[in-house]
Each structure stands twice: as structure tokens, then as C-alpha cells.
Design a protein around this ligand. Structure first.
Ligand code: DCP
Ligand code: MG
Ligand code: MN
Length: 393
């Protein structure tokens, strides 16, 4: 069973759940978003289904606009054969096989995979031979460590890496910034194994911290924790929000993992805030390993101003599935939730929400003067508070 999922209510449904989950992942990799989403919802329904699914009760899985004839037929197939014929069909298709294998590489998404295929690449072996012609430097690093990145680490190892970063932050020249270091992602959700290490660093909101993350990354290289850089970006969220089309869909999630041609240490527009509040968030994606260890691990580090802690924590703790449901709940309430706040949303579910009304405050719950907690965000969305361990789906 895949790590990071709650246990099934009814153990006998495991095969059905597993096959639907596989289909969701495969369709995701083939860029079939609706099918992928459909099978993901079906898998989640099976996860919480209270009876053993059989030919005679399979119709009970049906749910308006979520599970229809098509999915029911797939489930019947799984019940009959013990697996979905579709999985084999898709994974044995030579084109799909190539497209799926390319996406094992960090930094390669569907679009790049398609391009590589068009250029005649069929296997990771082919890709290795032509990497200098076809891949960015980050993708080449992804290819170099493709097998290592697929090995999950013990949570103890993730903890040691987080501690390594925290120790560095407690030393000069970083100590003067009073940084707070929190391990997020699957680690914070209490999983026994982690796919990578997600580190959130909180800094005072008014600090002149331009270049702080780059400096920290430099020190972590010098201390032999980091071995490679994949991507480093600075963003000013206000600048980003200002560029948002008011009519665009309120789901601000960006799903594309194709970070093509992105230079390490790219410097986006950073505006200084008039009130002296510096709201830049910075993110770093890299590779490292503890001294003496052999397997290289993916390490993500993000720095946020402290007053955005609740939102940053909530986002970076995940799971991705959980974040999606929470954003969906926000959307239904006419709001958009992201890693920096809750905002009113101009248009949700195709309906204009604030037409003719004065535009509500541009930002809720993330005022630098307020202490906002994760609990507050849950309450704002009318959710019962869920501790990180319960945020799997
Ligand atoms: N995240 C998200 N949406 C995405 C990717 C990530 O909301 N498409 C958020 C939620 C994740 C967090 O970022 O929990 C960290 O992402 P990871 O990919 O590191 O995922 P996890 O830490 O949850 O799992 P793993 O153990 O596989 O790293
Ligand atoms: Mg992680
Ligand atoms: Mn991560």
C-alpha cells in the first residue's frame, strides 16, 4: 500500500481502491485531467465505503456528477478480474509508456515529455544520451537522481535534515534574524516515511531579508548538506495578486511542474512595501544528503514572513489532496485560499459574487498585526480543526 493514505474502512476493497488510484495517477500523467480527477474521486469514495463492494451492491457507489456508468463499469471489471484491464492497456501502450517514464524525472511534466517523444526519445536511456541537447540543467539533475528520489526516507532522516537546517539558522550570520524553522509536508503529518524534506522558515515581517535564502543555501552547500540546486525563486505576492485577472477562476493553484528553462536564482520583481512590511516569499528546490549518507534527497525550503505563518503552514503541510478540498470549500464560500491568505473571489462556480457591490477587503486574516493560527483559518472556512496527522485526504 502506498504511504500517506488513511486505511480503508473495509480491507476487502483495497484492490478496487488501488486500481482506481492507479488509473487516476496514470491519467494525470497523460494530461487527462478530468479522467484523473474522476478516478481520484471514485477512489476516495471506495476508501470511505462501509461495505465490501460486490457485484450486487456496486451500484451504491454511484453518485450524481461524481460516479456514473463509466466508473461503475470499470469497478465491475476490477471485481471480475481482480484488476483493471485499463491499467495494463495504458501502461503497455508504447507511447504512454514513454510519456510516463519521462515524468519520473524531476522537472519533466507532460508538455516536456511530449516534446521529447516527438524528438524521437523513447526511454530514459535515450534521454541520458541526449540530455545535453534536450534537457535543462535542473532536469539533468532530476535524471541523475531519478532512482534515488523515488526512494522514500525514514522520518528520522527527514528530522535530521530539518534539524541540520535549524542548526544553521541558529548560527551567525543567520541567528540575528530570529528565524523559526518548521518541518512540513508528510513529516509534519506524522508519516513514518517521507518522499522529500519540506522545510518552512519564518522570518520577521519587516526584516531586510533580500538574499537571505540564497545565503542560507550557500552555507548549507558549504556545510555539505546540499549537493545540487534545482530552482530558486523570489516572489512578491502583492505583485502577483495585482496581475491576477479579476475574472479568472479563483482556483489559484498551479499544477504545472514543467519548470523549463528556469534559471537557478531567478529574481522576480520585488517591490518594497511602503509600510516597511516586506512580504516576499521565497522558495528553493534542491538536493542534498546528510554527511555520511549515500542516498540523495529532495529538499524544499521556503521562507515566509511570520505573519503569514498559518497560511504557509497550512499550504506546505498538505496533503495536496487535503489542500484541494480545503480550497474547494473556500471557493464555495466565495473565497480563495492560498499560501498567503484568504481572499474574496470575484467569480466562483461561474457566478459573479460581488457584482455591483463594493469590492471587499483585498486580504483577510493575514494582517501583520494579527496573530492568525491554523485554527482560525479552519474556523473561517467553517471546518472543524484537523491536526496535521488527519490531513491526508
Ligand atoms: N502541495 C500542494 N499541491 C501540490 C504540491 C504540493 O498543495 N500540487 C503542498 C501540499 C504538500 C506540500 O506542498 O503536502 C509538500 O509537497 P510534497 O510534494 O513534498 O508532498 P508531501 O510532503 O505531502 O509528500 P511526500 O512525502 O511524498 O513528500
Ligand atoms: Mg514532502
Ligand atoms: Mn516537497
Amino acid at each position: 500500500q502506498r504511504e500517506g493514505r488513511p486505511t480503508l474502512r473495509v480491507a476487502e476493497n483495497k484492490v478496487v481502491w488501488q486500481e482506481l488510484d492507479k488509473l487516476s495517477s496514470i491519467y494525470g500523467l497523460l494530461n487527462e485531467k478530468y479522467r484523473s480527477e474522476g478516478f481520484r474521486k471514485a477512489a476516495s469514495r471506495v476508501l470511505y465505503f462501509d461495505e465490501k463492494i460486490t457485484e450486487s451492491n456496486v451500484e451504491k457507489l454511484r453518485k450524481k456528477r461524481v460516479i456514473g456508468d463509466h466508473t461503475i463499469a470499470v469497478v465491475k471489471g476490477i471485481l471480475r478480474d481482480g484488476k483493471s484491464a485499463r491499467v495494463a492497456e495504458l501502461t503497455n501502450n508504447p507511447v504512454y509508456k514513454s510519456l510516463i517514464s519521462f515524468q519520473r524525472v524531476w522537472g519533466i511534466g507532460y508538455k516536456t515529455a511530449e516534446k521529447l517523444f516527438v524528438k524521437g526519445v523513447r526511454t530514459l536511456g535515450d534521454l541520458r544520451k541526449r540530455q545535453h541537447e534536450l534537457l535543462t540543467s535542473a532536469q539533468r539533475i532530476g535524471l541523475q537522481y531519478v532512482d534515488e528520489f523515488e526512494q522514500r526516507m525514514d522520518r528520522r532522516e527527514a528530522e535530521q535534515i530539518i534539524q541540520f537546517v535549524a542548526d544553521m539558522c541558529a548560527k551567525p550570520p543567520f541567528a540575528k534574524h530570529n528565524l523559526e524553522v518548521v518541518g512540513c509536508g508528510s513529516y509534519r503529518r506524522g508519516k513514518s516515511t517521507c518522499g522529500d524534506v519540506d522545510v518552512l522558515i519564518l522570518r520577521p515581517p519587516n526584516a531586510p531579508t533580500k538574499g537571505l535564502l540564497a545565503q542560507l543555501v550557500g552555507s548549507l552547500h558549504a556545510a555539505d548538506l546540499l549537493t545540487d540546486d534545482l530552482h530558486h525563486a523570489r516572489a512578491n505576492w502583492r505583485a502577483a495578486a495585482a496581475n491576477d485577472d479579476a475574472d479568472s477562476d479563483c482556483d489559484r493553484e498551479t499544477m504545472d511542474v514543467d519548470l523549463e528553462g528556469l534559471p537557478v536564482l531567478s529574481d522576480a520583481v520585488v517591490e518594497d512595501d511602503s509600510e516597511g512590511i516586506n512580504e516576499d516569499a521565497e522558495g528553493y528546490f534542491g538536493v542534498g544528503r546528510l554527511p555520511g549518507r549515500s542516498v540523495h534527497r529532495r529538499i524544499d525550503i521556503k521562507i515566509y514572513p511570520r505573519h503569514l505563518k498559518a497560511f504557509a503552514l497550512l499550504y506546505f503541510t498538505g496533503s495536496a489532496h487535503f489542500n484541494r478540498s480545503m480550497r474547494f470549500a473556500a471557493k464555495k464560500m466565495g473565497m480563495a485560499l492560498d499560501d498567503k491568505g484568504i481572499y474574496p473571489c470575484a467569480r466562483c462556480n461561474g457566478e459573479r459574487l460581488f457584482e455591483g457591490l463594493p469590492q471587499p477587503k483585498a486580504r483577510w486574516l493575514s494582517d501583520p498585526r494579527e496573530e492568525v493560527t491554523e485554527e482560525d483559518v479552519f474556523a473561517q472556512l467553517k471546518f472543524h480543526y484537523m491536526p496535521p496527522e488527519r490531513r491526508e485526504t
